[in-house]
Design a protein. Sequence first.
Length: 173
Amino acid sequence: MTLAYTMAAGRGDTDLVLERLAADLAARGLRCCGTVQINSPRADAGPCDMDVRVLPDGAVLRISQDRGAQARGCRLDPAVLETAVAMVAATLSSGADLLIVNKFGRHEAEGRGFRDVIAEAVAMDIPVLVGLNALNRPAFETFAGGLATRLAPTTEALMAWVNEVTASAQELV
């Protein structure tokens, strides 16, 4: 099983490093599937809009809901998230060198979202890299059964891991 995660300290920093990594890997010709998150500031100074780009070059989907200035709590649109999950699952079934999931979040912690896609990729021996935050780390560690590798949230560290796991996969072919 080749499963790794990364966590960056700043808000949105994990999203940025995963987006850069996906762009670098695409430029190298690696077949990546999954999602990267794009956060866009709002003109009204409210919380950022959250979009995911479905890899390798798929749709950009707005996963956040505008619930108004006074709203509190989760802004995730679960229906749009599940649309992204279905798109990634379809791509994964065609084969991939790597699965990137922008976040193992609350939905995954509760058994929904990308959880089954991650498990399917692992079963297919496709390396998986997920973004993670401290809130969902205990649920991820339970899900991974102690078999996930923590990677520094730098392009260099992530690229070194990708080079290692994709080289190992190529040797098996």
